[in-house]
Design a protein around this ligand. Structure first.
Ligand code: SF4
Length: 326
């Protein structure tokens, strides 16, 4: 609720603060049990920072993180310890997120030691079951990460994440470092595990094709803010925010007829600096629909239709409706 994360920029010998990188600036959203909510946007939009705030790997500058009705924003590390079992993270790069000097057994079993949990069946048996659960050979318990392919390493990372039976998993670009041919296998594995273990996912991604496959709802981020939040079907079929429209226009379409009819929107310029973001609507410097009001008045994230929110003075694909500020 109202999550904000500013990173101060310090300069000079006295390390005086010369400004802030406004990585996340006032995000409010909920994640329902059992769903997959995806956070999408270009690099630097704040999606990874948001994931780290949710897991308390970062402290927010302002705002709250509420988990199962409990405000966990300012819990001490000690008080957070039991909660760390419930909220786990899958990291982007399976090459760097596994310690090359440790065996797979030690890596997947590490959370048991860290959390001082003694599994009923013993660590080795539990680790072997986890390896089997993610489609790896349990006999490879004593092998090292370099003996596995990229997809297999990500499976090892997923097995480690599942060790403590989490409820919520923050998956930070879980397939973007993998070959395209392997991506589908890992995405399908995540879906199967969600159904089997009743997991809730926050998926951080920039590949809209993958997001379409896995999400129940999608939040589109731009320069530290959510600009549109909707269920997957509505977002892909009737995007309301111009930025979402532009992002979707760049997604490859395999059907030549549909491709011929579709207009590709090329945004002008680069994403502005998060140190000094544009006034009013942060997207106005690149938006083809921008009017004067967009430069001065920041549009609020409002509900334009049931379950659909967008932050735009002139949204697309909408008829006259009661607009409710959320
Ligand atoms: Fe574009 Fe204005 Fe909407 Fe921002 S508020 S997205 S500048 S039309």
């Amino acid at each position: 609720s109202g999550l904000q994360k500013y990173f101060p920029i310090r300069k000079g010998l006295l390390q005086r603060v010369k400004g802030n990188v406004q990585a996340v600036d006032g995000l409010s959203f909920t994640v329902q049990k059992g769903e997959t909510l995806s956070l999408v946007g270009e690099s630097g939009c704040g999606k990874t920072t948001t994931g780290r705030l949710l897991t308390r790997l970062l402290e927010p500058t302002a705002g709250k993180v509420i988990f199962e009705g409990r405000d966990i924003t300012h819990l001490s590390q000690g008080a957070m310890r039991p909660l760390r079992r419930d909220v786990q993270m899958i990291f982007q790069d399976p090459y760097s997120s596994l310690n090359p000097r440790h065996t797979v057994g030690a890596i997947v079993g590490a959370p048991f030691n860290l959390q001082k949990v003694k599994p009923e069946k013993g660590v080795k048996k539990s680790v072997q079951e986890l390896l089997e659960l993610v489609g790896l050979n349990p006999e490879h318990y004593n092998r090292y990460p370099h003996e596995f392919s990229g997809g297999q390493r990500q499976r090892i990372g997923i097995a480690r994440t599942l060790a403590l039976k989490p409820k919520l998993i923050i998956a930070d670009e879980p397939v973007s470092a993998l070959d395209v041919s392997i991506q589908a296998q890992v995405v399908n594995l995540l879906e199967d595990l969600q159904n089997e273990l009743d997991l809730t996912y926050v998926m951080i991604a920039h590949d809209l094709s993958v997001v379409r496959h896995v999400s129940d709802r999608v939040a589109v981020m731009y320069l530290g803010k959510i600009v549109e939040l909707a269920d997957r079907t509505s977002l892909y079929e009737r995007p309301m925010h111009p930025y979402t429209v532009a992002l979707l226009s760049a997604v490859p379409v395999p059907d030549p007829e549909r491709k011929a009819k579709r207009e590709r929107i090329r945004l002008k310029g680069d994403v502005p600096s998060p140190i000094n973001p544009p006034s009013g609507c942060r997207f106005h410097t690149r938006c083809w629909k921008a009017q004067d009001i967009c430069k001065t008045q920041e549009p609020q994230l409002v509900e334009l239709a049931p379950g659909r929110q967008a932050a735009c003075h002139f949204p697309e694909n909408t008829s006259e409706q009661t607009i409710k500020v959320v």
